[in-house]
Design a protein around this ligand. Sequence first.
Ligand code: PMP
Ligand code: G9A
Length: 405
Amino acid sequence: MVRYDRFYSSIARSLRASDIRELLKLVEKSNVISLAGGLPDPQTFPREELADIARQVIINFGEKALQYAPTRGVSYFLEAVREFAVRHGIKVTDDDSIIATVGSQQSLYLIGSALLDKGDIVVTEEPAYLGAVQAFKAIGARFATVPIDENGMKTDKLEEVLANLKREGLIEKVKFIYTVATCHNPAGTTMPNDRRKHLLELAEQYDLLIVEDDPYRFIMFEEADATPIKNIDDSGRTIYLSSFSKILAPGLRLGWAVGPEPIIGKLELMKQPIDLHTPSLPQFIAAEAIKRGVIDRHLPRIKAIYKEKRDAMLNALEEYMPEGVKWTRPVGGMFVWIWFPEGVNTRELFKKALEKKVAFVPGDAFFPNGGGENTARLNFSYPPLDKLREGIKRLAEAYKELYGS
Ligand code: PMP
Ligand code: G9A
């Protein structure tokens, strides 16, 4: 018998499966109401239009769409993305370059591998997007976390965290601040502009890069003060990431990163040995979906669906949750974050909830340095409206059974 563990790298040895990916497996198989995984509502996939586009792209552009492509991406796609980003208010200048990635998840991994050495420190929100934590951990990063409130990262605390790192002689280990400033995953919070400005000032002061991960901006269903950090950055220290997962279909596995050419050039180098390039066909399909106005026509529909679901979740929480339980009120995105009273353990609550056939993600999964035992993430984009309401009702019952009202 081969003892495989003897062959593993130390990083492979240290990695754990993502709680979300494990939960998705569990929930897929059963009749559980899932408030767990961050899946888009399949109603939002423009299936007819995508089917037409896919056929025409293969017939009309097949020579290129079915062929190998440059690592940076197909120029037809890169030009369409640039136009789309600018039209949606993201500042992309002549000094900026764009790279097509396999979802923005790949951008995170490429950024980690281009910028981080083992032991380097990523500064981020607490809670933080699990996929980013996983990507940076896979490179051996450590985390310095900044608490949030209902307005996202508390930048006064960020100031303290950075000052402490400096005092401890660790600031050289910090390369970037990673933030989901708009419609945060998992917290559902959006940072107001004064905090964005403060974050940028701190990045200037300590000479750090900023990784602005922004997949939810295009589906914000309420007005909010949320200028992209990239727009107010005049010194070129922001790497801006987004994706087609939430505005078209995650199965296309297509994202993009925009930033200064030297950085994008490094991402390209890191990408080459992984997959040579992002699949050409989805790039052609997405470019056509932009050019034909399919995405712009669909965005209002996606927003309307998610707003209705957000409202249903908030109303159900209001109706069923007892005093002492608090939650965020997202202006977009897919998640509501819950703070239960101190002493509540949402891993315990998860077990009870599962008996009642409802799932969510225990919040500690999003705390890279531990903590958050009394928190939880609820997804509202995926479940049908009636299930959403029923799911919250069952979750509140599970909570009351364990912890009283
Ligand atoms: N960043 C954030 C904040 C996300 O929520 C997600 C998806 N859940 C991703 C990145 C990765 O998305 P994708 O790879 O599908 O673009
Ligand atoms: O891992 C996935 O399938 C994407 C979902 C991410 C999330 O739930 O945050």
